[in-house]
Design a protein around this ligand. Structure first.
Ligand code: ZN
Length: 81
């Protein structure tokens, strides 16, 4: 599903550009990064907007990464989408 909104809702002036972003998740001292997440990013304030459902997918992915990361206390991963 395509995002139709092209102007940032946060600052109301910035235009949104398709961009890959990095999200970090922290839990109980562990940190994991997911790179290559497709999003629309404001060119003014850098507010990122994710496609519908992406937040849920990311939190599920982060849960799995935390499980994987427990052994080595750090993790860096790239989303393949
Ligand atoms: Zn903005």
């Amino acid at each position: 599903m395509e995002l139709k909104e092209k102007v940032c809702k946060a600052c109301r002036v910035g235009k949104l550009r398709r961009h890959e972003v990095v999200q970090k998740f922290e839990r109980e001292g562990l940190e994991v990064r997911i790179e290559g997440i497709p999003a629309m990013v404001c060119e003014k304030c850098s507010q990122a907007y994710f496609p519908p459902g992406m937040g849920d997918k990311l939190s599920v992915a982060a849960d799995h990464l935390f499980t994987l990361s427990e052994a080595k206390h750090a993790g860096e991963y790239r989303a393949v989408v």
